[in-house]
Design a protein around this ligand. Structure first.
Ligand SMILES: [Zn+2]
Length: 435
């Protein structure tokens, strides 16, 4: 789920930690732009990329959160459509499981699968804490990111992330970070117009070599979407607005002369699937009714995926895994229940013992049908297809080209690294450079 289900206490929130970093001198606050936008910057870093610092190349990654590839069209999103047609597009592109926001943003910026990053889902059962929590802590990412690699190469970076948990998990890695405000209290995200104001100001005044932007409106309207026509209209309105915001970004690159030096990667982190009120799966009751499993399974509900964690004796784990799989697969609406240790899943122990995906048109709701009232969800294979295209005026970007390759979210970091001529991390990337 994308709902901010585990709200941190105020004193440990990402915002409070950011404020503490400013207080202790690790970052400095910078007001920029007519709107008084607030950025924090690594203490001692140049406020603006020094002229000639490395390269004039610029890379921008624009995430249209939760956008389906079939929603990009000449009528509804003419600007995104024109960008896609003019550059290098990947119609077969895919999000990676678990098809949730945090793991896929982490995969974009690391180029690595969750068994290496430590971030397999939005919600996990934290065995040390003994509770389900959101993966929104900076230390949740165990590996380096392309942001850090650029910084170490003497280049500057910026993050403009509209969601509180993304702001939390990427923390203070970037040279420049937008302090997102105002955040909509219920959804925990900043509307796209504010996010784009911040992105434009960051590019205009701080000019980082890499800027990573998340636009959250389409996803948020997707979650609120019922299959009725009225709310579909709200999502179309959000799509049209996000399209206008993307064009503002392109307009700035063109009017400031940056376009010819730029690579612009546009993609979604996952798509969206809608379920009717009755098409809801709750496994907690059935698991607790089983003599072996009763009271010994914790569930992290990720909307389109349930992660099941055996909390009983280690000696009984194999039997418990088989039992959990059998019960889950006998439940209407379940697509598959995988033993998490299967090598191809590459999810790592943070994802628990059994990974359960729902069919299209269903959702998980734990511990009972009231747990997840949101009709729009992702995390399951039905939400795998994403828009993914590379645009920009830099000569390295192919023009009017369609590739049959399956680009994936893990390809973003290697693509950015390759564009800047940076090498690979130890162990190599799991994704591949797409230009
Ligand atoms: Zn998302």
């Amino acid at each position: 789920m994308c709902t901010p289900s585990s709200v941190e206490p105020v004193e440990t929130s990402a915002f409070a930690r950011g404020a503490a970093q400013v207080r202790t001198g690790r970052r400095t606050l910078l007001r920029a732009g007519g709107a008084g936008l607030v950025f924090s910057t690594v203490a001692g870093a140049p406020a603006v990329a020094a002229a000639g610092a490395g390269t004039r190349k610029r890379a921008y990654v624009l995430v249209v959160d939760g956008c389906r590839p079939d929603e990009i069209s000449p009528v509804l999103t003419p600007n995104l459509h024109a960008l896609r047609e003019g550059g290098l597009s990947f119609p077969e592109a895919a999000s990676m499981w678990v098809m949730e926001t945090i793991p896929n943003h982490v995969m974009m910026m690391t180029g690595l699968r969750p068994d290496r990053t430590g971030v397999p889902a939005n919600e996990i059962f934290d065995r040390a804490l003994g509770e389900v929590r959101t993966m929104d802590r900076k230390r949740d990412i165990r590996t380096g990111t392309v942001i850090g690699r650029l910084n170490r190469a003497g280049l500057t970076t910026g993050t403009v992330l509209s969601k509180e948990y993304l702001y939390g998990v990427f923390g203070d890695r970037a040279t420049h970070r937008w302090e997102p405000a105002p955040v909509v209290p219920v959804s925990g995200h900043a509307p796209d117009v504010f996010t784009m104001d911040a992105a434009l100001t960051m590019v205009d005044e701080l000019d980082p070599h890499l800027v990573f932007v998340n636009l959250g409106d389409i996803d948020r309207f997707g979650h609120a979407d019922y299959t009725g026509n009225d709310v579909q209209l709200a999502r179309r309105t959000a799509l049209a607005d996000t399209d206008r915001q993307a064009q503002r970004f392109v307009d700035l690159l063109r009017s400031s002369g940056r376009w010819e030096q730029s690579m612009l990667v546009v993609l979604a982190d996952h798509s969206m699937d809608w379920s009717r009120p009755g098409d809801v799966i709750s496994l907690q009751g059935a698991l607790d009714a089983d003599p072996l499993l009763a009271g010994k399974v914790a569930i992290a509900d990720n909307g389109g995926a349930d992660l099941l964690y055996w909390t009983g004796a280690a000696a009984k784990r194999d039997a418990a895994v088989r039992r959990m799989q059998r019960i889950a697969e006998a439940t209407p609406g379940v697509l598959a229940a995988h033993d998490r240790r299967k090598a191809w899943l590459r999810l790592g122990p943070e994802a628990g013992d059994v990974v359960v995906f729902c069919k299209a048109g269903w959702r998980f709701s734990e511990p009972d049908p009231t747990g997840n009232p949101i009709p729009g969800n992702h995390g399951h294979p039905a939400t795998r297809a994403i828009p993914f295209f590379v645009s920009g005026g830099h000569p390295a970007v192919p023009r009017r080209t369609t590739s049959s390759a399956q680009a994936r979210t893990i390809d973003v970091a290697p693509t950015v690294a390759s564009f800047f001529g940076l090498g690979k991390p130890r162990g190599g990337y799991d994704g591949r450079a797409r230009i």
